[in-house]
Design a protein around this ligand. Structure first.
Ligand code: PMP
Ligand code: GLN
Length: 380
């Protein structure tokens, strides 16, 4: 078979999780919580199953869940998405991302991605026949930032879409109002679409706001905004997310969605709709994770790693140049095997070989897991 994705191998997350378990390492690699979700969410799903919500959901998602998502977007971001025509429930953010790309990108279209970036964007663009155009983030002593001048220079007449991600995996940076304004200036007067991956929308720290693209009038009118219940409710294995977009875009999105998944599992949607009635879980999430971030950073401050800023997500990036001159991949493997703490090399989030001497740790872990990891990392 001639591969549609010849450059793709097994993802770094699968590889590092396997290596972590092989060596009995604390797994701070792949991003997922090692603690339980709210039992009320489990009860809500259980009740939904027992009440008979076990057959196909509507193609677009359960109305109660779409209503809850629309109400939340209106309350948090001031954008009134129409629950019937502008919101679709997806099988995780991953399916939302690939569906948005497949419905919008034609063969030969260029899609600008800002690297390092999440690993599903570029294969999705390739499957659509599009051409990924990577623009590298700037990284210096003060951390990572998006060079909007370089993004503007990457725009051509073939540019169909720009993918942004805030809060950002893997760097832990966030976009601010000025970033969104810069992006709006770039797309003004063009028909370039935006795909905004906001799966970490509730993990923004130090009282800063989440600069959602859905809040920005110029960007929202041309944007697919993606989120994931897996991140917000500590249930990454459920793979339920959603996409919000203006009706004209959502119509095309649903044409693909109805054939790449048709609908998403019903009892989870019913349980999530019920659980969403309480705003406390997402309102309390920044403080919950900020405490873990601070705990982890305080522990790392006593080690030979150098901390980069961590304004959002549940990831902490560190420099290890004072420790080793191994490549990021080799260093992450060494750390897993010898120190028994798994990390992810940031180089895995670039399409071209890029070594910055930086690895990513996930701090969505029980305090005792973080304490054990820190004890080991202090010995490096
Ligand atoms: N986007 C980003 C930036 C992510 O980190 C993840 C989760 N790893 C996803 C999308 C995928 O989310 P889901 O698990 O809901 O498919
Ligand atoms: N989003 C998770 C991470 O960045 C991993 C998801 C996956 O395993 N594909 O660690």
């Amino acid at each position: 078979l001639q591969s549609r994705l010849p450059a793709v191998g097994t993802t770094v997350f699968t590889l590092m999780s396997a290596l972590a378990s092989e060596h009995g390492a604390v797994n701070l690699g792949q991003g997922f919580p090692d603690f339980a979700c709210d039992p009320r969410l489990l009860d809500a799903v259980d009740a939904a199953m027992r009440a008979g919500h076990n057959q196909y959901a509507p193609m677009t998602g359960l109305p109660a869940l779409r209503d809850a998502i629309a109400a939340k977007a209106a309350a948090l971001y001031g954008h009134a998405y129409d629950a019937n025509t502008e919101i679709t429930v997806t099988a995780g953010a991953t399916q939302g991302i690939i569906t948005a790309i497949l419905c919008a990108v034609h063969p030969g279209d260029e899609v600008i991605v800002i690297e390092p970036c999440y690993d599903s964007y570029q294969p999705a663009i390739a499957l659509a026949g599009g051409v990924p155009v990577p623009v590298a983030m700037r990284v210096d002593a003060s951390g990572y930032s998006v060079p909007w001048d370089a993004v503007a220079q990457a725009v051509t007449t073939r540019t169909r879409m720009i993918v942004v991600n805030t809060p950002h995996n893997p760097t832990g940076t966030i976009l601010r109002q000025a970033d969104l304004d810069a992006l709006a200036d770039i797309v003004a007067g063009t028909d370039i679409l935006i795909l905004s991956d906001e799966v970490y929308e509730h993990m923004v720290y130090d009282g800063q706001p989440h600069a959602s693209v859905s809040r920005h009038p110029v960007l929202a009118e041309r944007a697919f905004v993606v989120s994931s219940f897996g991140k917000t409710y500590h249930v990454t294995g459920w793979k339920v997310g959603y996409v919000a977009a203006p009706a004209s875009l959502m119509t095309e999105f649903r044409k693909v969605h109805q054939y790449d998944v048709f609908s998403v599992n019903t009892p989870m949607q019913a349980g999530l709709a019920e659980f969403m009635r309480d705003p406390a879980p997402w309102r309390d999430l920044p403080a919950f994770y900020q405490r873990k971030r601070d705990l982890f950073r305080a522990g790392l401050a006593g080690t030979r790693f150098t901390l980069l800023p961590a304004d959002g997500t549940y990831f902490q990036c560190v420099r290890y140049d004072g420790i080793s001159d191994l490549s990021e991949s080799a260093f992450a493997q060494w750390l897993t095997r010898e120190i028994k703490v798994a990390a992810i090399p940031v180089s895995a989030f670039y399409s071209r070989p890029t070594e910055s001497g930086i690895v990513r740790f996930c701090f969505a872990k029980k305090d005792e897991t973080l304490a054990l990891a820190l004890e080991r990392l202090a010995k490096v």
